[in-house]
Write a protein that binds this ligand. Structure first.
Ligand code: M6R
Length: 625
């Protein structure tokens, strides 16, 4: 939650900061602000509302300074308002701070600081940080000689930031400006992301790489409690004890266009259309001559045989990807597999031990509950495997093993290409387990791989024409409630499709296992209600059709997603709308069937005139509990 950007160089900072914030708005968008060093003073401009509100401000246009910090907020403490927006300064206005994360002990810290004479303007947890820095910075002032020594002053600044962060309980990524040190910026992170982009005589900071990818491809991925002191042409790194060290930079291979809309009206639509590429890239080098390769894993047959269970833990759409592969993993590995919601799992003392393999799925790699669940499993002795899309993200620093989807940056709050790439990668992982355990015949493996390799073409076919889906969206967009039904693997798709429509079109939606409907929910079915049925499993289709017939009898308007083969076995005239998708192996079907349903949610949201990429109350990265 919250996005932060920083710039230190020779250009005007404000436009660079605003452009970076605009790319980070997916992390929060209820208020925004910037602070720029202007003629030896820290000039702060901030307000409630989106980043574009700031762009229109004359005061910002007039800022000439070339060092600055910026923030786009997703409110946690204190309502969205100008006063609660970042940057925050200390009561003497000598330090300015932007912060992403949560300071859990801010109430106690605030009381301590008030006793020392500091005053507070906002309701935020963040405001204690600049005040703590001010307190430690001034406490450190020794002799006049020291104060005049530039290097000593710089180090005093880093030291004050360190002393302040030592006091903080919680998570933070912070950027700090100091009036007394106008050519320096200090940054540090703990459990919230922060990257530094290295330029020529200029340096950039951001919560994630895409925000500053158009300026540089060389990045430093800051680890927990690493401090960086930046000038225009230098970056010095210090560890948690302020011991200076050299850090290696990473070169990113994505291009900036991957993080732009590239001609599409919305990121979500672009990302839906990127799914064939994302899946191809994810399969990439994992498949070779009929076998699955995971060079970063060293699981032996003995280790896999020793496992009594696999736990898949995640949140939201990532958790739905886990549900979609549960039965595939069980069938191929013959290991009992459970899927759980990270925020529940972490607090229920789960039965996990060294005989459990724990898999954590997270697109961003920053989701607080998922990371906390991983730490818990490690403590209990289990091996942990992270499945993520973001190289160097927080979860990869905690997990024993990390494997990556190669979906490219996903910006829209509603996850699409990450979901289909996660399922792809996890099916490959299941096949890899089966190979090691010798549970699968070579020809069987080859057949699934063959089918996987043509999946991107099948999705391309669906994406070629969307008129029918747009038409159904027009029929549905005024609805108050909709239902999604399916059995087996199709039920998992129903659950993800239902979340998509909820989060971007604000229509109340429920997903149900079709056979469960009669046990209560059917009472809600009345004339005109929209029900979407998903039927791709030939073994279960007849049962689902019976359930759908029961609701047609009660007046429901039905839309079904079926494949060509299933269509041949049914009298499709009983349904109001029939969306046909290409046929595929049942295990892989969620990757195909979700695509028209993502589009349906997208077009419903468009019909309603909503902001598809930034739905209300949501943020892309949920870095708080
Ligand atoms: O970054 P993660 O995959 O850990 O995020 C998990 C969920 O917050 C995320 O999938 C969320 O449910 C999406 N907005 C759904 O579209």
């Amino acid at each position: 939650m919250c996005g932060i950007v920083g710039y230190i160089g020779k250009q005007k900072a404000a436009p660079i900061l605003l452009a970076g914030l605009a790319k980070l708005e997916y992390r929060g968008y209820d208020s925004a602000g910037i602070a720029v060093m202007e003629n030896g003073k820290i000039e702060v401009q901030k307000d409630k509302g989106r980043v574009c509100n700031l762009c229109e401000k004359k005061e910002i246009e007039n800022l000439q300074g070339s060092i600055g910090i910026a923030h786009t907020r997703w409110a946690t403490h204190g309502e969205p308002s100008k006063i609660n927006s970042h940057p925050h300064t200390d009561s003497n206005e000598e330090f300015a701070v932007v912060h992403n994360g949560i300071i859990e002990n801010y109430v106690e810290l605030r009381k301590e600081l008030e006793k020392k004479g500091y005053s507070f303007k906002s309701d935020t947890d963040t405001e204690v940080i600049p005040n703590l820095i001010h307190y430690f910075y001034n406490k450190e002032k020794t002799s006049q000689e020291d104060v005049n020594d530039e290097n000593n002053n710089e180090l005093k600044f880093v030291k004050a930031v360190k002393q302040a962060t030592d006091k903080l309980i919680g998570s933070f990524a912070i950027e700090v400006l100091s009036k007394e040190n106008p050519d320096i910026m200090v940054v540090v992170r703990k459990d919230s992301p922060l990257v530094i982009g290295k330029g020529y005589n200029e340096n950039y900071i951001a919560s994630d790489i895409p925000a500053i990818l158009s300026y540089t491809k060389d990045f430093y991925l800051l680890e927990n409690l690493e401090f960086a002191m930046l000038t225009r042409d230098n970056i010095r790194f210090f560890d948690k004890d302020l011991k200076e060290f050299n850090k290696k930079s990473d070169t990113i291979t994505w291009n900036a266009m991957a993080a732009d809309k590239n001609g599409y009206e919305d990121y979500m639509l672009k990302e839906i259309y990127e799914q064939p590429t994302a899946i191809r890239e994810t399969i990439g080098t994992r498949v070779n001559e009929g076998i699955c390769k995971f060079d970063e894993l060293d699981f032996s047959k003995e280790y896999l045989q020793s496992l009594t269970q696999i736990y898949i833990v995640a949140c939201g759409t990532a958790m739905h990807a886990g549900l979609a592969v549960k039965s595939t993993i069980e069938r191929l590995s013959k290991i009992h597999t459970e899927v759980d919601i990270a925020s529940e799992f972490r607090y229920r003392d789960p039965l996990v031990d060294e005989k459990t393999l724990c898999i954590f799925i997270t697109q961003s790699g920053e989701t607080a509950d998922t990371i906390a669940a991983l730490k818990l499993c490690k403590e209990k002795g289990a091996k942990t495997l992270a499945v993520t899309n973001v190289i160097g993200s927080s979860i990869t620093r905690e997990a024993d093993y990390s494997i990556y989807t190669h979906a490219g940056p996903e910006i829209a709050v509603a996850s699409t290409k990450a979901y289909t790439s996660q399922i792809t990668l996890l099916v490959l992982l299941a096949m890899y387990f089966a190979q090691i355990l010798e549970n699968i015949e070579k020809h069987e493996l080859e057949n699934i791989i063959k089918e996987m390799l043509v999946l991107p073409n099948k999705i391309e076919d669906i994406l070629k024409s969307t008129e029918q889906i747009q038409e159904i969206a027009k029929q549905m967009y005024k609805e108050k409630d909709v239902f999604y039904l399916g059995r087996g693997i199709d039920y998992t798709t129903a659950t993800e499709a239902s979340l998509k429509v909820k989060e971007i079109s604000y229509i109340h939606s429920e997903s149900y296992a079709a056979g469960e409907l009669k046990h209560g929910t059917i009472a809600l079915i009345e004339k005109g209600i929209n029900v979407i049925g998903i039927m791709t499993d030939p073994n279960l289709v007849k049962k689902t059709v019976s359930n759908i017939e029961e609701i047609i009898t009660r007046g429901a308007v039905t839309t079904v997603v079926i494949n060509e083969k299933i269509a041949q076995t049914l009298d499709t005239r009983i349904f109001t709308n029939v969306i046909r998708v290409p046929e595929t192996e049942t295990w892989l079907s969620p990757i195909v069937t979700i695509v028209p349903l993502q589009l349906l949610a997208y077009y419903i949201s468009k019909e309603k005139g909503l902001d598809v990429d930034k739905p209300r109350n949501l943020a892309k990265s949920v870095t708080v509990e």
